[in-house]
Design a protein around this ligand. Structure first.
Ligand SMILES: *[C@@H]1O[C@H](CO)[C@@H](O)[C@H](O)[C@H]1NC(C)=O
Ligand SMILES: *[C@@H]1O[C@H](CO)[C@@H](O)[C@H](O)[C@H]1NC(C)=O
Ligand SMILES: *[C@@H]1O[C@H](CO)[C@@H](O)[C@H](O)[C@H]1NC(C)=O
Length: 863
């Protein structure tokens, strides 16, 4: 006992040298920051890992093949900078003050605990979790059973719950919170338990009743208590070491399977991934191993919950030179999980692979031991949200979205396991796959919280349309000018290629669509030029077809669960104008090349309001933009939210939902991928110009557009050569005194872009304000549960040089001080063909972003 207290004191002293204890004895992380450090070579990695051994100043948060996430003490940036310079690596700041995140997490927890009940709006302590578990066991005695895994080092009981609705079910074991600071894992595990017992959703019932669930919500009980009471960032167990004053072992490196091989764990007792003095040195892990052995004949699947980084990791962890015999099956199963999660409106992307292959060698992990030593053939580590923005301190608003993702992912994973025969071994149960698929769909619709029905309207009108069967979209990473030149060259071959997203200096990436006939040549070219690529879309036509099979409320009402054609949008606009005659007014910008009227709506609740102008769908294929614009109009007129009312009542809104009317119509009728206007060229067979490169401001300077009429960024023959752009410039000139802010809606890439587009050597004189407003917009969106990240900055700086855009013209020629281009979701997974299920989430993001943007703009005196 005395020895124990002494070691504890020593350990606290060691820790106290790093961060400091506050009055309540909890370790504080004031001004601690987290950086994402990218590296390329082994040498760089080992230098960085060495740095992380300086535990007073650095803590490893996450490690992958090509990056480390390091937490730094306030004074340590200089040291990191020196190492970065020496090793030629780059770092990006992710979290500027860790304590701030911990404080807001705690505030959310406090607020949520006021109602006294267990819920998923906060992170619960071990005592709360166990009390809740007792209630659940008492409430569902016939289908639940309590079990004890064993005792922890500090003498706490490690508890679990078995849920079984009938005999002969295949078994699924969930191990959670083996790493103490990964609070989202036990929150997700308890949410799943609750769903299995209480949900009436058919998908959940099916999952719950046709599998036996063994769930250990908190394995590292001592560690979890310690994270709540002393140190939010604690990861390991709490058993002291015989050879060091540092406490604890990484329990997920302590199983007896390839223990400590290939540097898959550290032998330094102070390291976060210390493997322990011997395998099973930790009482928690010894107990868990004995528990697994006792039920191994009943367990088909083992899932270990971790955070963070959105990964599904399979064995092997100890080597990337070899793969398990059923690796292909495991990848198929992992893909099913990832695809299911991606089909949710949150747009969260999971990657998958073997642990050693996708991350780095890690030995002695639960899943490897279960797979290698106990014959559990399907065994995964699931790393939950996010990818580093909040890291371990995931805000409580993410708990339910993350849990829903886990639920739908696990459902798809088990379905695939069953298809592949991994559940049949221990079960006699069978189920039709198609039925299950439709249940999955139902769940998605339920999540949309709309009463919907499937319809395939529109599919028959397809014959005369451009088809994109087997067209692929690749994301290329460009390393030098020669590679870029090669890609820009093929980008001009517009029959074979189509640049979806131009080269962007920061990410060094280009998204390009490739026709099937050109694929071999394209791959040779990549190889020849040593360009690395990632396949984003395997069959563009498939995505287009999926887009059309959309759930729609009632075909008689306009909603935001599908994309509408021009005629439908205009009819809706007419209705709106009729329904709100006293505050709305139509305006006409002019006439398109093909003779269509370009219409807008002005919403004004009182005289003397400052004006905000929104132009949308200048690029035809960016359908999410007009969907968002119409939704926004509807909100301004119908919302009862006080903040939205403030926006509506105190500003005049001038909104053009579809600006490029000809192109938009063409994208619906003929070619989903059409971007430009529809005016033919005098000397060239290619049609149309990029209307957003056609305005008379630095027109065609600095290669900010193309002079090739076939290019997607053709600037037109002269500034204002496109009747649409010319009409808009004239209209804006006429009403310039009525507007203070100009916004243009685009997709995709998740950016808020500001002037200048024509150069990154210079910035507007109010650029700091522009960035402050941009940050407000991006922060507001990130605070939503979707976890969508927007970048912001000047177009030329953040993306690429682009000239003659509407926003730059308004800024430079009309002298308006605030103008932005919003590039909506996503980052390339679906690109322009954003699934309709993402319309509403995108709109929600727009609204919170816009509220923050306008508030900040006003605060800075521009409104
Ligand atoms: C954190 O940094 C800010 C700004 O540099 C400083 O004002 C503040 O005192 C620091 N807080 C602590 C606890 O060191
Ligand atoms: C870093 O880059 C410089 C110049 O690019 C080079 O001279 C130096 O050898 C590099 N250092 C390392 C450690 O790679
Ligand atoms: C191709 O790129 C890789 C790094 O991405 C590099 O190691 C290799 O040397 C390059 N090969 C050639 C032929 O440039």
């Amino acid at each position: 006992m005395t020895l124990y207290s002494l070691t504890l004191v020593l350990a606290l002293l060691v820790l106290a040298q790093g961060a400091s204890f506050g009055q309540d004895e909890r370790l504080r992380y004031d001004n601690y920051s987290v950086y994402k450090v990218k590296f390329e070579t082994r040498e760089q990695r080992s230098i960085l890992r060495k740095l992380a051994e300086d535990r007073e100043n650095f803590r490893l948060w996450h490690e992958a093949k090509d990056e480390l996430h390091l937490m730094l003490s306030p004074g340590a940036f200089g040291e990191l900078e020196t190492e970065m310079r020496k090793t030629n690596v780059t770092a990006e700041l992710f979290i500027s003050n860790v304590q701030e995140l911990i404080d807001s997490e705690e505030a959310a927890n406090l607020k949520a605990s006021r109602d006294g009940s267990f819920g998923w709006t906060k992170y619960n302590s071990l005592a709360e979790i166990y009390a809740w578990l007792d209630e659940i066991l008492a409430a569902y005695p016939s289908v639940t059973e309590s079990f004890e895994v064993g005792q922890s080092y500090e003498g706490r009981t490690i508890r679990g719950i078995k849920i079984s609705y009938k005999s002969n079910n295949p078994g699924v074991l969930i191990e959670s919170n083996i790493h103490a600071r990964e609070w989202i894992t036990s929150a997700t595990a308890t949410w799943l338990i609750n769903e299995f017992l209480t949900s009436t959703d058919e998908l959940v019932r099916d999952l719950a009743e046709n599998h036996d669930w063994y769930i250990v919500p908190v394995l590292n009980v001592d560690g979890l208590v310690y994270t709540h009471e002393k140190d939010r960032m604690w990861r390991k167990t709490r058993q002291p070491s015989d050879i060091s004053s540092c406490i604890g072992v990484d329990p997920n490196r302590n199983y007896d399977s390839h223990w400590m091989e290939n540097e898959g764990a550290s032998s330094d007792p102070c390291a976060e991934d210390y493997g322990g003095p011997k395998p099973f040195s930790e009482p928690e892990i010894l107990a868990m191993s004995e528990f697994v052995i006792s039920i191994k004949d009943k367990v088909n699947v083992l899932l270990a919950f971790h955070s963070y980084s959105q990964l599904l990791l399979s064995p092997y962890g100890h080597t990337k030179e070899e793969f398990p015999p059923n690796f292909d099956d495991m990848m198929e199963v992992a893909k099913a999980y990832g695809d299911a999660v991606e089909s949710l409106p949150y747009g969260t992307v999971y990657r998958y692979g073997s642990a050693a292959g996708i991350l780095y060698p890690a030995s002695g992990a639960t899943i490897d031991w279960a797979y290698n030593e106990q014959g559990v053939q399907i065994s995964y580590t699931i790393e939950f949200r996010d990818t580093g923005r909040y890291g371990f301190i995931l805000p409580p608003v993410h708990i339910i979205p993350n849990a829903e993702e886990a639920l739908i992912g696990i459902a798809a994973l088990l379905e695939k396991c069953k298809d592949l025969g991994y559940l049949a071994l221990k079960s006699t149960f069978t189920r039709r796959s198609a039925e299950f698929q439709s249940l999955l769909k139902m769940r998605l619709l339920w999540l949309l919280a709309t009463l919907v029905a499937l319809t395939s309207a529109g599919i028959l009108k397809d014959s005369a349309k451009e088809r994109y069967d087997n067209f692929r979209v690749y994301k290329l990473t460009i390393q030098n000018k020669i590679q870029l030149a090669a890609i820009e060259k093929i980008g001009e071959l517009t029959k074979k290629y189509n640049i979806w997203k131009e080269y962007d200096e920061r990410s060094k990436q280009v998204d390009i669509m490739v026709s099937p006939g050109e694929l071999n040549h394209f791959q040779e070219l990549l190889k020849f030029n040593n360009i690395s690529s990632e396949l984003m879309i395997e069959n563009v036509q498939e995505r287009i077809d999926e887009e059309k099979v959309t759930p729609t409320a009632d075909s008689a009402t306009f909603g935001w669960t599908k994309y509408y054609e021009l005629e439908e949008i205009e009819a809706w606009l007419d209705e709106i104008l009729k329904a709100y005659p006293s505050v709305t007014e139509e305006f006409i910008v002019g006439t398109s090349y093909e003779g269509r009227t370009i219409r807008g709506i002005k919403i004004s609740h009182k005289a003397g309001n400052p004006g905000i102008f929104i132009e949308s769908n200048i690029h035809a294929r960016e359908w999410i933009t007009s969907a968002s614009a119409t939704w926004f109009i509807n909100q301004l007129l119908t919302s009862e939210d006080a903040d939205v009312r403030n926006l509506a009542d105190n500003y005049d809104w001038h909104i053009i939902p579809v600006f490029n009317v000809d192109g938009f119509e063409y994208s619906h009728r003929k070619d989903r991928m059409w971007r430009k206007t529809r005016q033919p060229h005098a000397t060239n067979a290619c049609i149309g110009a990029d209307a957003n490169r056609n305005f008379d401001s630095h027109w065609l300077e600095n290669n900010g557009a193309s002079s090739n009429p076939c290019s997607e960024t053709f600037a037109g023959d002269t500034p204002g050569s496109e009747p649409e752009a010319k009409a808009l410039a004239e209209y804006l000139t006429k009403i310039q005194d009525e507007i203070s802010v100009y916004i243009s809606f685009h997709s995709y890439g998740q950016y808020l872009l500001s002037p200048y587009g024509h150069t990154k050597e210079e910035f507007p004189e109010n650029y700091n304000d522009i960035l402050t407003i941009g940050k407000a917009f991006a922060d507001a969106i990130e605070a939503l549960p979707y976890g969508t990240v927007y970048q912001y900055g000047s177009t030329a700086d953040v993306l690429y040089v682009a000239t003659g855009t509407s926003v730059d013209w308004v800024f430079n020629e009309l002298g308006k001080k605030i103008g932005y281009t919003i590039e909506y979701r996503d980052k390339g997974r679906y690109g322009f063909i954003l699934p309709p299920v993402q319309i509403l989430p995108n709109c929600e993001e727009l609204m919170v972003g816009m509220l923050a943007l306008i508030e900040k703009t006003k605060e800075l005196g521009y409104l």
